[in-house]
Structure formats: C-alpha cells, structure tokens
Design a protein around this ligand. Structure first.
Ligand SMILES: [Zn+2]
Ligand SMILES: [Zn+2]
Ligand SMILES: [Zn+2]
Ligand SMILES: [Zn+2]
Length: 236
C-alpha cells in the first residue's frame, strides 16, 4: 500500500520543462517551496492540479451548489474544452461557463516565490543548504557555481527572468560567426579570452568563404559581359 502511494505521488509530479510562464498554470511544488500548502488550496487548477494561472472560476449552473468554487487555469480550461467537445471538466455537461477572477489573480501574483531557474538548478529543492543570502557565485571544489538569490512576488518574475536573473543564458557575442555557446553574462568575458583563437578561426573562415564567393561572382560577371553582343554593351 505504501509502495502504491509512492507511485501515485510520483505520477502526480508535473511534467513541466518550464516552471514559470505567464500563460499556463504554475508548478505547485515550486510555489510550495516558499508558501504553506494551506495557503494555496484555493488556487489549485481542477484540470492539472497545479496552481491555476491565469485563474478562472467555473460558473456553470449545473454545479453552482458546490461548497468550494471550482478554479481552473485559463489555458488548461481552453485546452480541456477543445479536446472534450466543450464538456465541462467538472460536470461533463455542455455549455461550460467561466469568468476570469481578478482578485484571485492578484492573490496569486502576491505570492512570494524564489527564482525558478535557481530552484531547478538545485534539483527542485529549497532552501539550499549553506546558502548565503544575496550570494551569486560560490565554489564547489574547483567548479564555480552561479546562483540566483532572487525571492519576491510572483508578479515580478517575468521582469526578473528577462532582465535581472544571474542564471539567464546569453548567446556568445560571436554567434553570428558560428560560436553556438550559451553562457551566463558574468562568464562572457572569460569565454572570449579563453576562446580567442576559436573566435579568430571562425572569423577567418568566414572572411575566406566570403572572398571565395566574391571571386565566383566576379568570374560570373566577366563571363556575362563576354557573352553579350557588342551592340547592347553599356559603355564604361
Ligand atoms: Zn491547470
Ligand atoms: Zn460545469
Ligand atoms: Zn533568477
Ligand atoms: Zn564564443
């Protein structure tokens, strides 16, 4: 029985490659890392069992007598209705109706969360043992570990991930020349120093291939000029 429970628990784990997106439900375990489960019980999506986002509430008259409001993430609900010929996820009846709930959305946006990239890097655990507040890099043996110590309201998350996160991966500045490495902002300078030769080779190769192309075009132009009848030739 115990084994069965463990398996069931495991199956409940969401398969999410992205913990945070402003358009889909949010990973409950990630949010629970910094919030009491009891505080979140009214935010759980009836379809995916994660935190409903953006939250909608079913208003179908078929089950208006239920003691608790039925909350569903808007994306989950739309996907569900599409796949199930518009049958309500709760009552399996036609003409499912719902409203967006601004108050609920505000309450969810107020939740304090940690950086989802940091959470995932840490094997989806929190708090991190021995972590110092505000620290962005530490050493693990010889390996330098980059960390993001962000903790704030969910509403700030998109801005944090886009503009301030230490764990955001950027393209190498030599990407247009063929270096496809992605790295943390603070490591770019070191990468450029260490890979100076690689980058130089990439540029040299590009210049060479460009000059070959130019030569070919030149040859084609000369051939075209030569094949034209004299009368139509434009004087230089
Ligand atoms: Zn959902
Ligand atoms: Zn319904
Ligand atoms: Zn971050
Ligand atoms: Zn590079």
């Amino acid at each position: 029985m115990l084994l069965l429970n463990t398996i069931e628990e495991k199956h409940k784990q969401p398969v999410m490659t992205q913990l945070f997106s402003v358009e889909t439900c949010l990973d409950k375990q990630w949010i629970q890392a910094t919030n009491k489960a009891s505080k979140l019980k009214h935010f759980v999506c009836a379809v995916c069992q994660q935190i409903a986002y953006p939250p909608t509430q079913l208003t179908c008259k078929e089950h208006e007598n239920l003691s608790d409001a039925v909350v569903v993430g808007e994306y989950c609900l739309k996907q569900y209705l599409k796949k199930n010929t518009n049958r309500c996820p709760v009552g399996q009846h036609d003409n499912c109706t719902y409203v967006n709930v601004a108050i609920l959305r505000n309450q969810i946006n107020d939740l304090k969360v940690i950086c989802p990239r940091q959470y995932q890097n840490n094997g989806c655990q929190y708090p991190v043992e021995g972590e110092e507040e505000g620290e962005t890099t530490s050493t693990n043996g010889d390996k330098k570990v980059t960390k993001c110590a962000f903790k704030g309201e969910l509403r700030q998350m998109q801005d944090h991930l886009d503009n301030h996160c230490h764990l955001k991966l950027l393209d190498c500045p030599f990407k247009p020349f063929g270096c496809n490495i992605t790295l943390f902002e603070q490591d770019i300078q070191q990468h450029c120093t260490l890979q100076f030769e690689l980058h130089l080779n990439l540029i040299t190769n590009l210049v060479q291939s460009l000059s070959t192309t130019i030569q070919q075009k030149d040859t084609e132009i000369i051939q075209l000029k030569q094949s034209k009848p004299k009368s139509t030739q434009v004087p230089d």
